[in-house]
Design a protein around this ligand. Structure first.
Ligand code: HEM
Length: 340
């Protein structure tokens, strides 16, 4: 009787531990069928190849990290991290995600993914998905921009569909309200804190002048300039981005302004420090400080670079799990631009 009780207790304890591990795994290392070291036996060199190719391109183009990071974000938020953003065409023949105005010409890093895929196909034909290559490339981007090189759960598969119309309601724009942005993150299981922490990606990279014109010249009837902008910063921006009447529209699309002029190439918490000084580039950035739901998180991130970087890496892993295809779903493309 005593032995039977002990055996039952051990069984219950084991089941409890497994359940706990599974629950924890959903948050980070495992869950969704993704796991770290997915290609350990099928393509052991893949993560090194990605690192090597990204580093080679980065030598020629120091602005590559923001482009790769944004590419991954724009893939994950539209339909999930399934490399749908990389397709040039689909069986339905509809315009693809790449062709939507939110992506368009400002999407960078595509040729780097092509080069990675070509190299990986030589090493292990039709084994590694483009969706995983994007996730590995984003990790290298984050690392090259200064954060620790984190482990990336893998096992995603590639989708066969991609529609420009899906982009509209899934990616936010600078004028999107904070309520809507919170909703866009929440339905992807990303908390308010994950959201504010991920916005820290705007500590690298740039935006077209057109994204800030309204804040500088036609904010409201009473105030042409957004009063939440630090006046010196607003003057600096206006120097780079003249009023629409004073320059051709084409030029405003091509002129870029840095998100964080203080440390433009470093992925760091300077973004939050800037926000607290009224130096957030987009309206959707600056609003994080003024809203009661997010203001306290901004303060916390500004106060501690370590807290932010740890939380950012966790949130990146969480973002990389959004609606992934696994096992028999989707396919493994041989060319990231084309479905099989
Ligand atoms: C949801 C709210 C967000 C809005 C409204 C937003 C908006 C924008 C806009 C307008 C640009 C400039 C595009 C251009 O003019 O070329 C941009 C760039 C960028 N975004 Fe976001 N973004 C958001 C969230 C995020 C998140 C969550 C990430 C990553 C985790 C991210 C990463 C980036 C990066 C790295 C760039 C710079 C790209 C480059 O320089 O190549 N953004 N974003």
């Amino acid at each position: 009787m005593g032995r039977r009780l002990i055996a039952v207790a051990i069984l219950i304890f084991t089941l409890f531990t497994i359940c706990n591990l599974l629950a924890e795994g959903k948050g980070e290392g495992q869950g969704n069928g993704l796991h770290v070291g997915f290609y350990a036996s099928s393509c052991p060199k893949v993560e090194d190849i990605v690192a090597e190719v990204v580093a080679r391109f980065h030598e020629q183009e120091p602005k590559l990290p923001p482009a790769l990071l944004r590419l991954f974000f724009h893939d994950c938020f539209v339909k999930g991290c399934d490399a749908s953003i990389l397709l040039d065409a689909t069986p339905s023949g509809e315009p693809v995600e790449k062709e939507s105005p939110a992506n368009g010409e400002t999407l960078g890093g595509l040729e780097v993914i092509d080069a990675i895929k070509a190299r990986v196909e030589q090493e292990c034909p039709q084994t590694v998905s483009c969706a995983d290559l994007l996730a590995f490339a984003a990790r290298e981007a984050v690392h090259l921009a200064g954060l620790p090189r984190h482990e990336v759960p893998a096992g995603r598969r590639d989708s066969k569909t991609s529609r420009a119309t899906d982009v509209n309601f899934n990616l936010a724009a600078p004028e999107t309200t904070l309520d809507e942005i919170i909703h866009i993150f929440a339905i992807r299981n990303l908390s308010l804190e994950d959201m504010v922490v991920l916005f820290g990606a705007h500590s690298i990279g740039e935006a077209q002048c057109t994204q800030v014109t309204d804040r500088l010249y036609k904010y409201s009837k009473d105030s042409p300039r957004d009063p939440s902008l630090d006046p010196t910063y607003a003057d600096e921006l206006a120097g780079k981005c003249p009023a629409p009447e004073a320059r051709p529209a084409e030029q405003a699309l091509r002129t870029m302004v840095e998100f964080d002029p203080t440390t433009p190439l470093d992925l760091d918490n300077q973004y939050y420090v800037n926000l607290l000084r009224g130096r957030g580039l987009l309206q959707s950035d600056q609003v994080l400080t003024t809203d009661a739901r997010t203001g306290a998180i901004v303060y916390r991130m500004a106060a501690s670079p370590e807290t932010w970087s740890k939380m950012f890496l966790k949130a990146m892993i969480k973002m990389g799990r959004i609606n992934v295809l696994t096992e028999n779903e989707g396919e493994i493309r041989t060319n990231c631009r084309a479905y099989l």
